[in-house]
Design a protein around this ligand. Structure first.
Ligand code: DX5
Ligand code: ZN
Length: 219
């Protein structure tokens, strides 16, 4: 079970401090890169992300919500990202980009947004290390978790298990101490949480509580 706090909900004026606040308890740091084209929101880009990497030992899980990821994703890998996820809806050749990311030294992640079915992508999953299934519409933090989207997690988990794939199933959006249990029961094993971590009084404690709640899921 991996917990990945999303700095989208952190204080952007104090990013390094906000990362340090969860460093002992988090597994990955989730970084949402948005370009105001693929989604109607704008966040941070490579200069900020790569500087932030230098302040922590946490592996960076970069979630690119951008157009033309074939142009921008590899530089995140070269800068030292642990995983780079790009959106299936934004590329023509997802496999080619996954190969380039792996060649550049990072894991490759495929993200699928709320309205995208998972079935068309099952066949290409061996090229990926992470499948990021949105449990909201990508673009903004603080939205309500959509339980129906867990059907995609179940489908992907069945497929990954039967094919013996070495694949992380990550969920992103509306993850709280309540919803994380359902997501874990559906087969997710990596959990992004923005609001639930960074709007809590004690972000590190919130990470620990999320981990406990995920661990309490029925097998
Ligand atoms: C939204 C981002 C999420 C966001 C989740 O498109 O991909 O990572 O930070 O925020 P919460 O946990 O508040 O739903
Ligand atoms: Zn995200």
């Amino acid at each position: 079970m991996l917990i990945a706090p999303s700095i989208l909900a952190a204080d952007f004026a104090h990013l390094a401090d906000e990362v340090r606040a969860v460093e002992q308890d988090a597994d990955w740091l989730h970084v949402d890169v948005m370009d105001n084209h693929f989604v109607p929101n704008l966040t941070i880009g490579l200069p900020v992300v790569s500087r932030l990497m230098g302040t922590t030992r946490l592996p960076f899980d970069c979630h690119l919500m951008i157009e033309l990821p074939q142009r921008w994703a590899v530089p995140y890998a070269e800068a030292g990202a642990y995983n780079v996820s790009f959106h299936a809806e934004a590329v023509d050749d997802a496999v080619a980009l996954a190969k380039n990311l792996r060649a550049a030294g990072s894991r490759a992640g495929l993200a699928i947004d709320r309205d995208t079915p998972v079935e068309p992508y099952l066949e290409i999953l061996p090229h990926f290390d992470v499948l990021l299934i949105m449990t909201i519409k990508a673009g903004f933090g603080g939205q309500q978790f959509i339980p129906a989207l867990l059907d995609k997690v179940r489908t992907a988990r069945r497929h990954a298990s039967s094919g013996h794939l070495d694949l992380r199933l990550e969920v992103d959006g509306g993850i709280t101490e309540d919803t994380i249990t359902q997501a874990a029961e559906a087969g997710a094993d990596a959990f992004v949480a923005g609001t639930a971590v960074y709007r809590a009084d004690d972000p590190a404690g919130a990470v620990r509580r999320l981990r406990r709640a995920a661990g309490s899921a029925a097998p």
